[in-house]
Design a protein around this ligand. Structure first.
Ligand code: NAD
Length: 511
């Protein structure tokens, strides 16, 4: 508890926290905060937080609009230098921030540190990117004409994030959006507001040290803020990470005003375990994928599609591995599985098990809620495994909890059809030493997901690649590769340095 108190102090968290910030300025603190952050680790209240009202929203957006005019004039490599300093500040605060992530969200301490490392990595990536915002040049069909394209900032980028990656998702977006010349307005999940306040403090210090104006990075906390952002024409891009259900609302609202959106929504990820798989390696990928972060990653492994020849052997290994899992305080590094985010998530988990049973699921490792001394928050559940058929309604859904479904297959074509046979399309994997199967899985006739792996599980990703998925996962891409283009507008320029005005396609127009 002493550790947590000093972590909160180091990160600028108070007993009652403001609902908005434009950098060094923070909203006033009154007596009646709207939100409370409870830790799923021990059920303790961490702090209270205000929720932004309409007036505060307006004032933050006004400051952000003014800052956008200043920030886009700063040369991109100089913007990159600010992001470099953010990366350095995160290095210095990695222990504190990682611990807060673990305590407020409930993921293991290792994963909390890992999340902050991802933030540092994307900052490094974005610094390099700041000198590589390349456009193409084209040859004009008209004589003495030149054509090229440039990438310009969009203006204000809105970031709406989910609870399960309470700091990394913001940084994937903010690091690239900032080097691209945009200012950011962040609405974090109301389940993890303190992680957001901590990040805002860290970036605000960097901006202040560089004499930059308020509004380059803003924070708005509160449930109503999301809808306001969806419908706000001043926000050129809404980058939304969350459930498919809310993503559908965001996507429709933003499209109606012809805004842009990046959608990073739910997954229903499968690993195909071939008869030619290295089964020991596959077990590690499958178990970490299914129970890591207590099954609360968008890339968590939800389905195992196993060849009939190795089905029984693999099932036996799995059950044995689940028997060794230690469930408990995620800050204790001896534990493998921490709590779910809150009691609502526990209820969703229980409902999914009931629904599965009603549809015919055969549970070979039973689930259930843990109670007793170390489980006083009521958020600790047992990872469970059920044999199912892919078409069950519950199997078609993403349940954000450690429930793993086993499905048997005969042919590789059948396995790929099962893997693709869900509405979501985020992450996928095949475990095989058979080159033909591996290549088929990665081909146009293979996985339909945004991420397809061979001999690694579905869970986790490196920042160097573009991250995101197809179908009901929303189609957005963030992080590496050319994801930066999503945060900029492309302008095509044609310059005529001749003394005539020829029209394209040889059209004649004489006066
Ligand atoms: P959620 O959809 O409940 O909430 C996400 C965010 O949307 C929160 O900040 C929430 O306050 C906000 N929100 C709620 N109503 C809104 C509205 N009408 N308009 C705008 N914003 C609104 O999701 P969650 O439970 O926090 O997170 C879990 C989900 O996120 C899972 O489905 C998971 O797969 C998904 N996720 C996806 C990725 C990805 O990269 N694809 C990454 C992390 C999480």
């Amino acid at each position: 508890n002493n550790t947590i108190q000093s972590v909160l102090k180091n990160l600028g968290i108070q007993d009652i926290n403001p609902s908005w910030s434009t950098g060094s300025q923070w909203g006033p603190i009154a007596d009646h905060p709207a939100l409370t952050s409870f830790s799923p680790v021990d059920g303790a209240k961490i702090a209270d937080i205000h929720a932004a009202d309409t007036e505060q929203y307006e004032s933050v957006l006004k400051t952000a609009s003014a800052a956008a005019l200043v920030w886009k004039k700063v040369p991109a490599p100089k913007r990159g230098d600010i992001v470099r300093q953010l990366g350095d500040a995160l290095r210095a605060k990695k222990n504190d921030l990682g611990t807060l992530v673990s305590y407020e969200m409930g993921k293991s301490l290792q994963e909390g540190f890992g999340e902050v490392q991802e933030m540092i990595d994307i900052c490094d990536f974005a610094v390099g990117q700041s000198r590589q915002l390349y456009g193409l040049t084209m040859h004009s069909e008209r004589p003495q004409h030149r054509m090229y394209e440039q990438w310009h900032p969009l203006g204000i980028v809105g970031i709406i994030s989910a609870f399960n990656f309470p700091v990394a998702v913001w940084s994937w977006n903010a690091a690239l959006a900032l080097v691209a010349g945009n200012v950011c307005v962040w609405k974090p999940s109301s389940k993890t507001p303190l992680c957001a306040i901590a990040c805002q403090h860290i970036l605000a210090e960097v901006l202040k040290a560089n004499d930059l104006p308020e509004g380059i990075s803003s924070l708005l906390i509160g449930n109503a803020v999301g809808d306001q952002m969806n419908n706000d024409k001043r926000i050129a891009l809404v980058s939304f990470t969350g459930s498919t259900r809310i993503g559908r609302i965001v996507s429709a609202a933003v499209a109606t005003r012809f805004g842009r959106s990046i959608l990073e929504l739910g997954g229903n990820n499968a690993i195909i375990v071939s008869k030619d798989a290295d089964l020991d390696m596959s077990i590690i990928g499958a178990v970490f994928g299914a129970v890591g972060t207590a099954g609360q990653r968008c890339t968590s492994t939800r389905r195992l599609i196993i060849h009939e020849a190795v089905y029984d052997a693999f099932k036996e290994k799995l059950v044995k591995a689940y028997g060794q899992l230690r469930i408990g305080d995620p800050l204790d590094q001896n534990n493998h599985v921490g709590p779910l985010i809150d009691k609502g998530a526990v209820q969703d988990y229980l409902n999914a098990i009931e629904k599965g049973k009603a549809e015919g699921a055969n549970f070979i490792v039973e689930g259930g809620v843990l109670s007793g001394d170390t489980y006083e928050s009521g958020c600790y559940v047992k990872p469970c495994i059920a044999e199912v058929e892919n078409h069950y309604e519950i199997v078609q859904e993403e349940t954000f909890a450690p429930i793993l479904y086993l499905i048997k297959y005969k042919t590789i074509d059948e396995a790929i059809a099962l893997q693709n046979g869900v509405p979501q399309g985020l992450s996928s994997a095949i475990m095989t030493l058979n080159l033909r199967e591996a290549e088929l899985f990665l081909s146009a006739n293979g996985s339909d997901c945004g991420i397809a792996n061979v001999n690694i599980g579905t869970s986790g990703a490196e920042i160097g690649g573009a991250f995101g998925g197809e179908k009901e996962t929303g189609g957005g891409r963030e992080s590496g590769s050319d994801a930066w283009k999503g945060y900029m507008r492309r302008q095509t320029n044609t310059i005529n340095y001749s003394d005539t005005l020829p029209l394209a396609q040889g059209i004649k127009f004489d006066l």
